[in-house]
Design a protein. Structure first.
Length: 119
């Protein structure tokens, strides 16, 4: 199973791609120089690493995502629940709500999601 974890800098890099895709690799280099202070070689090294991990692709100089930001976050969440709570969503919610009380609106939305997922 692929690991869906990124460091802080990798996440900032991924956000640049998600916010601007599709984009040419040269434009990505310029954005990373401006936003992150990176040199061309650093940009290509990180891009290659994240392409190898299946998040992005660089085909003929055009950089696009293979996973949307939302899909990536969903897979990160699944991995976290699997690792920390043995895959038990109820155990995760119980732990979460011990420290943060849910609003009536959040409870209603969770009930709606549960009902829809059971169909």
């Amino acid at each position: 199973m692929m690991e869906y974890k990124l460091g802080v800098i990798e996440m900032r890099f991924a956000d640049i791609i998600w916010e601007n895709e599709p984009l040419q690799s040269g434009e990505l280099v310029r954005l990373c120089e401006k936003e992150l202070g990176w040199k061309k070689s650093t940009t290509y090294t990180i891009l290659r690493r994240l392409c190898e991990r299946g998040l992005f692709q660089n085909q003929e100089g055009s950089v696009t995502s293979l996973l949307s930001k939302e899909e990536f976050a969903a897979r990160q969440s699944e991995e976290f629940v699997e690792e920390a709570f043995e895959g038990s969503l109820p155990r995760f919610l119980a732990a979460f709500t011990r420290r943060k009380k849910l609003t009536d609106q959040e409870i209603a939305e969770l009930q709606r999601i549960i009902e829809e997922s059971g169909r």
